[in-house]
Design a protein around this ligand. Sequence first.
Ligand code: ADP
Ligand code: MG
Length: 240
Amino acid sequence: MIVCENLQRSFRGPAGEINALAGVSLSIGRGEFVVIKGPSGCGKSTLLLTLGGMQRPASGRLRFDDCDLYEIPASRRNRIRATKIGFVFQLFHLIPYLTVRENILAGLPPNEAAAQPLARVDELIDLLGLRPRAGLRPGTLSVGERQRTALARALVKQPALILADEPTGNLDPHNAAEVFRFLGAYQREGGTVVVVTHGQDAAPYATQTLHMAEGRLGPPQPGPPRAQSNAPTPPFSNNS
Ligand code: ADP
Ligand code: MG
């Protein structure tokens, strides 16, 4: 699904040039669950943004399915991002003046909110346990509910790829495990996940675990065989 070759990107900081991506190559197959670890400032968020078509590398190549993501016109890149890629962030990034339901609808590509069968939105609201909260604004939710809303927003377009940047960094262990359970279920239904995380919660799902340091990825470490995964069963029925 994704093949990167020698991605490079640096930033000028107060102490000089920082290599956020210092020659990153990686290959992610459809249906993988890739876990990226590494210390703060090593380039993890820059890598996710680059994979998601949101940050152009200074050099290197990035193939997404059958196209070179930074060679195609911006309009096509934006379309791929809007239709095929869901993002989940540590700080949720919900729209404060919209309800839970409206925030989830905001995850649909422009022009599709009207055409999309709303059954999908309600299915996600039930699946993620948000039914009693659907009409409330994010400010009144618990952090776990906020992140489940953000997950629903990412999932509503049935993306081929989910990029999650420390999605459990602000959650307690119970809610963190729930987030990985939902990401694992999405993967089992054929979705592809790339997640930056520090905890062990993602380990049962991982097909590749990569370690990043100073803009470089260390040798991939194979995850446990999927047959041994103790991941709970998938609740997703329709995200091909
Ligand atoms: P991580 O997510 O691993 O903490 P980041 O990818 O956010 O790391 O950042 C890697 C390095 O690049 C850091 O030193 C950060 O300050 C720097 N950096 C990232 N984005 C920018 C930017 N837009 N402008 C300047 N420096 C940046
Ligand atoms: Mg980061």
